[in-house]
Write a new protein. Structure first.
Length: 321
């Protein structure tokens, strides 16, 4: 079975309940859950029957225990999770507007996950990356490490690629996670140069390169396989031997919450490519899953709402060790 290493951070999530605004107050009712962009992708990969391990650090507290239990229940591998005594996971809060668009507020400066690239266990974790078919991480992942940690991670990715592992980079960009945009642009350039597949969007790249056209933005990315999502539900694809435009099917249900639209697209795209689909078929799968996810509240939709499984052509893979 093909295997994926997802690297990142999962945090405690506080989500404003629908209708929970208190009269005359700025607060309201909030529900507690867990979330993070690469963790969301890992869950959807597991649901799509891809073997996936999550690489992160957590504390030894009750909330970290709940996270581990929830990931195991979803089929996400937790053997690469480092537990740090006395530490806690990060926290974020989501507020939604009437259209389902979200605003995030974070408390994560001392979160356990930020130490993952500077632990006694780090070398063993990074060396294990070469046993996976795909390494997947996002710009949010890179933003939680310092420069030395990012260099250490990129060096491990380069070693793994020499043995046939592919690196998939998702440009999920959040400005608040970076000291400034110049640092972000430099890190993005390094990731673009190392990646085999880049998943990106106008929303992410225009925040870094304002005023540029889709053609100019795509030209900045030298990777052989590129998925560029536009503001409308359309993806522009570039791959060896061709290019294409893939348009999502029209929505038949109202949009409830756009959280994890990109995360679920990434999971379906990666699963399809590992299953032998070409980039066009993979992008179609990505749009189908993302279109379902945004019709439900929260990042992870109920299991019964997942699309029927499609049998792909068999693909060669290596067993993760």
């Amino acid at each position: 079975m093909a295997s994926v290493a997802c690297i990142g951070e999962c945090m405690v999530e506080l989500r404003q309940a629908q209708g929970g605004q208190s009269a005359g107050q700025g607060g309201g009712l909030f529900s507690r859950g867990f979330g993070g962009d690469t963790l969301n992708t890992a869950v959807y990969l597991a649901r799509l029957e891809v073997k996936v391990d999550y690489f992160t650090a957590l504390g030894d507290d009750g909330m970290s225990e709940e996270m581990i239990a929830a990931w195991n229940a979803e089929g996400v591998g937790t053997r690469r999770v480092v537990r740090l005594p006395g530490k806690l996971p990060g926290l974020y809060m989501i507020q939604l507007d009437a259209k389902g668009e979200r605003q995030f507020f974070h408390w994560r400066d001392s979160a356990a996950a930020r130490q993952l690239m500077s632990l006694p266990e780090t070398d063993e974790l990074l060396n294990s990356l070469m046993s996976y078919d795909i390494i997947y991480l996002s710009a949010i992942t890179l933003s939680i490490y310092d420069a030395a940690g990012r260099d250490r991670l990129f060096a491990a990715i380069k070693r793994a690629r020499l043995l046939g592992t592919r690196f998939v980079f998702d440009t999920n960009f959040r400005a608040r996670g970076w000291p400034d945009r110049d640092v972000a642009r430099e890190v993005f350039a390094t990731a673009f140069a190392a990646a085999d597949i880049v998943l990106t969007s106008t929303e992410d790249l225009l925040a870094l390169y304002p005023g540029e056209s889709p053609e100019q933005l795509m030209a900045r990315i030298p990777t052989p396989e590129l998925v560029f999502r536009l503001a409308e539900p359309v993806s522009l694809l570039r791959f060896p031997g061709g290019s294409s435009e893939v348009r999502a099917e029209p929505m038949t249900k109202p949009v409830v919450d756009t959280t994890a639209a990109g995360d679920s697209f990434a999971a379906a795209y990666i699963a399809a490519r590992l299953g032998g689909s070409d980039p066009v078929e993979a992008a179609q799968a990505g749009h189908r899953l993302a279109s379902l996810v945004i019709c439900y509240p929260g990042a992870i939709i109920p299991g019964y709402a997942m699309p029927p499984k499609k049998r792909h052509r068999a693909a060669a893979s290596r067993q993760a060790k």
